[in-house]
Design a protein around this ligand. Structure first.
Ligand SMILES: C[S@@+](CC[C@H](N)C(=O)[O-])C[C@H]1O[C@@H](n2cnc3c(N)ncnc32)[C@H](O)[C@@H]1O
Length: 241
């Protein structure tokens, strides 16, 4: 994973155990106190058995299970999708299918979700759980580099979820914005990036730079309304005017 290169440099000199813990557990940046977070989780609809299995299988299969959106954000994506009732969703970054399944649950009848990922090693997990979710007919998976795949898709999209390589966030945004209908939404994950957006020293890493460039661009973009929601690792919500 691209994070490995960056973090292994950043933590040079730190004990191997600590470094591995930082690398593979990837604790979330605290946007609230752990007690509030726990309370929120306890008062949110729990994961279904299927999603629990997906999470377990993801933990067994990859070294970076922290890439899963997690319960609070998963349920938030589901809630937003039910509110919007989109006919067409685009997701950039399928991983093992977790957020795709939550987003697809709110699609309007006959609606479709297109999801793109360039990692063939986890595609079988996404395929398995998309099939078991019963949304196989709603979710279209695409393998390949998102910047190559997105221009081949037909909009207009009602809802886009960007959750892939951080250095390309602005490229994804600029590519998808014309493909989003007026009044449509773009959600982008990890815009607080474990708090690194607040740390000037972290700007040496291309992922933090990518996220800061994206956040700065959105701040000045008068063609949209935007809300940075400090849930989990930060979710940027954009509505195209
Ligand atoms: C954070 S994970 C997505 C998590 C998923 N949305 C969820 O909530 O469960 C990011 C995914 O983006 C994919 N990715 C990274 N760079 C990509 C690229 N250039 N094109 C397509 N997918 C990419 C990775 O393979 C990884 O599966």
């Amino acid at each position: 994973m691209c994070n490995f290169r960056y973090q292994s440099t950043e933590y040079a000199g730190v004990s191997k155990t600590k470094m591995m813990k930082e690398l593979f557990e990837r604790p979330q940046y605290q946007t609230t106190t752990p007690a509030y977070e726990q309370y929120a989780v306890e008062h949110t609809s729990p994961e279904t058995d299927l999603m629990q299995q997906l999470i377990r299988e993801t933990h067994l299969a990859v070294t970076t299970p922290g890439m899963l959106s997690g319960l609070l954000q998963g349920r938030l994506l589901q809630m937003l999708s039910h509110m919007i009732q989109p006919e067409l969703i685009l997701e950039v970054g399928t991983f093992t299918g977790y957020s795709a399944i939550y987003l697809a649950s709110g699609l309007a009848p006959g609606g479709k979700l297109h999801t793109v990922d360039n990692n063939p090693e986890v595609a079988h997990i996404a395929k398995k759980y998309i099939s078991e979710s019963g949304y196989e007919d709603r979710i279209v998976t695409h393998q390949g580099d998102a910047m190559q795949v997105i221009p081949t898709l037909q909009g207009p999209f009602d809802l886009v979820f960007i959750d892939a390589d951080k250095e390309n966030y602005l490229n994804y945004y600029l590519t998808v914005l014309p493909m989003v209908r007026k009044g449509g939404f773009i959600l982008t994950d990890n815009v607080l990036w474990y708090g690194k957006v607040l740390n000037e020293n972290a700007l040496t890493d291309k992922e933090t730079r990518g996220i800061v460039a994206f956040n700065s661009f959105i701040k000045e973009d008068t063609s949209v309304e935007h809300l940075l929601l400090p849930v989990r690792d930060g979710l940027m919500m954009v509505r195209k005017k």
